[in-house]
Design a protein around this ligand. Structure first.
Ligand SMILES: [Zn+2]
Length: 145
């Protein structure tokens, strides 16, 4: 038996060439350096990073950063803080993620306000009925004399 030639892979393990060609049948061969296929991540432009505009963020040493800048003018380390969700759907996701118990939500506060108003109305009604009963009893007492 002739052993199949071994080939080192990026994972460090060795695989046979026969197995490797079976994998390579449906995946395109890797492009040479500088001719990569597919878009870059995060909307970054293609090109030579050495000739890219420079990041001007101030470092702790007081100098400019000088790393290749992205479209926003800052490098990957100095992109800046998030400006938050832009769409209504994104803001809804954030709102739902920050939801703790809903005790202070607008709906719960409106419900509590309605309950308080109803209780005040009922207390006013009970006080009026009680005053009327006392007044009628007083009138009946006065009529008996
Ligand atoms: Zn930077």
């Amino acid at each position: 038996m002739i052993a199949a030639p071994l080939k080192a892979t990026s994972t460090g393990r060795e695989t046979t060439v026969a197995h490797d060609t079976a994998l390579a049948a449906d995946t395109p061969p890797p492009a040479p350096m500088g001719e990569r296929h597919g878009p870059l991540r995060n909307g970054n432009r293609r090109g030579d990073p050495n000739s890219a505009p420079r990041c001007a963020a101030r470092t702790r040493a007081g100098t400019a950063c000088r790393s290749p800048a992205m479209v926003n003018g800052r490098c990957r380390m100095h992109g800046g803080a998030s400006t938050g969700a832009r769409t209504a759907a994104g803001r809804a996701v954030l709102s739902r993620a920050a939801w703790k118990h809903g005790c202070l939500s607008a709906a719960t506060r409106a419900h509590h306000e309605a309950v308080r108003r109803t209780r005040e109305d009922l207390e006013t009604l009970v006080a009026a009925v009680a005053a009327r009963l006392v007044s009628e009893r007083r009138n009946r007492k006065a009529a008996r004399k």
